[in-house]
Each structure stands twice: as C-alpha cells, then as structure tokens.
Write a protein that binds this ligand. Structure first.
Ligand code: GLP
Length: 241
C-alpha cells in the first residue's frame, strides 16, 4: 500500500489525475475502472482540463464503471450513466462504444451481473480501478458484510448509504434501494487500484480500513492485501493516521 498525502481536495484531485494520466500515456488502450460519488469529480475535472490542453488522449481507452442503481434508466440525472457522461465522458474524446456500465434497466439481476462480468473479462480486465470510500467502508456498492469472493452482483443498499446519497435526489424516497455493483473480487483483480479520500468525515473510516483488521465488515480493508494499491488522501482524510 502506498499513501500519498495531498494538501487539500484540489491537490488530491490533481495527484489522482496524474496517476490516471500516467496510465493512459503508458498504455493508450488501457481499461480504466471508474467511480462515481462526490470525491472523484475534481479528478475528472483535472483530466478534462489536461485533455483540453492537448496533453491527454482518450480515443483508445475503454472504461468500466463500478456500479449503477437498479431500476434507473440512463436518462435519469441521478443514474451513474448520466453522472459519468456529465462529469467526464461528454468532455473528452472517448469512443462512446468503449464505455461500459451495468444496465440499471435490466431487472433480471442474474443476467445483468453475468453480462457485466463477461464485459470486464472480454476487455482483458481492469488496468487501473479508481475508487472512493463510503463512511461505512463500502467500495462501489459493496456494503459491510459483502463476501470478498463476489463478482458483479445485486445489493440492497444500507440505510447509511441511502442517507449519504439522498443529497443527490429530491427526497430520500427517490433513492433506489438496490444497485448492481462490481464485487470485491473484481476490484481486487484490477492491476492497480487508486482510492481517493477527502474531508474530515472520512478520517475515521480511512484509519479503520487501512490500519485496522482486514474484514468483510469494512469492505475497503481488503485493499491492504492488493499488490498495487495507492491511497491519495487530503490532510483532513488522513488526519487520523
Ligand atoms: C457511493 C458510490 C461509491 C462512492 C461513495 C462515496 O455510494 N457508489 O462508489 O465511493 O458513494 O461517495 P462520496 O465520494 O460522495 O463520499
């Protein structure tokens, strides 16, 4: 595990974007595993900025996103499909046929999860997986108690996650109760994993996940065992370690 200390959110975003850029420069046809949530937004902004300056080329990049709400169509502004287009894909020269997310409208969970695992397998696995972290230690939507050996699967979101994500919806009743997510096994198979953490409210979970025991109760803790795991955190998020 490598820990990179950043001054603040902007510095964290820049450092994370630097690592992603290095991946794209070294392997232009790489597979990027991408994440949603508030934390990576600054990283995406920085990548867009470098793309606009002519320093980055996404034309051969393939993306696979971590998760999607079950039941939300793409055009719903709260879907992760929409989020990714709004925050990154619509602003860079990515080939839209190389963008992959679980399909929230396929309500046949077993079929959709199997399809998505096959997509990840067929693109040759993930070169770099970007992650955020939930307050309870979830990564993607792998909630506490998730088995480490799972591939893509359908999850019931915990009350904690529903609460944390309600800020993006009109009311808490609009937050979907289920999601499709890559499993911990899929994430651990990525060749490089980059987790971004920002803010005082993430300090205690960062300490627990990366300096506490490895346990399914804290899903992110398994990343301690990953051979190429980088945590980029700002001062506040790293304040307890
Ligand atoms: C959601 C996403 C996660 C993300 C988490 C934390 O639950 N599924 O991938 O890491 O939120 O989000 P934030 O970065 O906004 O704290």
């Amino acid at each position: 595990m490598k820990i990179i200390r950043a001054k603040d959110y902007k510095d964290m975003s820049r450092k994370a974007a630097n690592i992603i850029s290095a991946q794209v420069i070294m392997k232009p046809n790489c597979v990027l595993g991408l994440a949603t949530g508030g934390t990576p937004v600054g990283t995406y902004k920085q990548l867009i900025d470098w793309y606009n300056k002519g320093d980055l080329d996404f034309s051969e990049v393939t993306t696979v996103n971590l998760d999607e709400y079950r039941g939300l169509p793409r055009e719903n502004p709260q879907s992760y499909w929409y989020f990714m287009h709004d925050n990154l894909f619509n602003h860079v020269n990515i080939d839209h046929s190389r963008i992959n997310l679980p399909d929230g409208t396929n309500l046949d969970a077993a079929a959709e999860c199997a399809r998505y695992d096959e997509v990840i397998r067929s693109v040759g696995g993930i070169d770099l997986q970007l992650l955020g972290i939930g307050h309870d230690g979830h990564i993607g939507f792998n909630e506490p108690g998730s088995a480490f050996e799972l591939g893509t699967h359908c999850v019931d979101l915990t009350q904690d996650t529903i609460e944390a994500n309600k800020r993006f919806f009109e009311s808490i009743d609009d937050v979907p109760r289920q999601a499709y997510t890559m499993g911990i096994k899929t994430i651990m198979q990525a060749r490089k994993v980059l987790l971004v953490a920002s803010g005082k409210d993430k300090a205690s979970i960062v300490k627990k996940a990366f300096f506490g025991p490895v346990t399914p109760e804290v899903p992110a803790s398994i990343l301690q065992m990953h051979p190429d795991f980088i945590l980029v955190g700002d001062e506040e998020a790293l304040s307890e370690i």
